[in-house]
Design a protein. Structure first.
Length: 155
């Protein structure tokens, strides 16, 4: 495709906006590769929501064995898959991860292009992640359910 220089930061957050796990890869590495690493997913269980870049039947099967359910959107040429309404609603809330990325870049100053050494790069990245943890208000999801006898209509 082309030339890539730099690194990617892969993060997993929970519904409160807290960083659960992170991994650093070169920019030319596929986004699905860190999910195959057990160290990256050590503290993760339940459901993971991702965008179309994480679509892979083989990856879903690998993660399912470890107790992780990978939920992604579908491409235009794919068949529809059955999904609960709560999963569909949470899949729409993936913008929270973009907000976390924006805060890491702009508030915690993780994005910097002229590091003089690898140690300086790693130190700046870790310091930014630590600074993010100390932010008083993080982007989060207000998610809850309630029981009602009324018919619910979704648009």
């Amino acid at each position: 495709m082309g030339w890539f220089h730099g690194f990617k930061l892969h993060i997993i957050i929970n519904d409160k906006g807290e960083i659960i796990s992170f991994a650093i890869t070169q920019a030319n590495v596929d986004d699905r590769e860190p999910l195959k690493n057990e160290g990256f997913l050590k503290a993760v269980f339940g459901k993971i929501f991702g965008d179309k870049g994480y679509i892979s039947q083989k990856l879903q099967q690998i993660l399912f064995v470890d107790g992780i359910h990978l939920i992604t959107t579908i491409r235009n040429n794919m068949k529809n898959s059955l999904m609960t309404m709560s999963d569909k609603m949470l899949l729409r809330k993936r913008s929270v991860i973009e907000t976390v990325n924006d805060e890491l870049k702009n508030i915690c100053q993780v994005e910097h292009s002229r590091h003089r050494s690898v140690c300086n790069f790693i130190t700046n990245l870790i310091a930014g992640i630590i600074a993010y943890h100390f932010l008083p208000k993080k982007p989060s999801l207000k998610f809850g359910t309630f029981k009602s006898n009324q018919l619910t209509v979704f648009y």
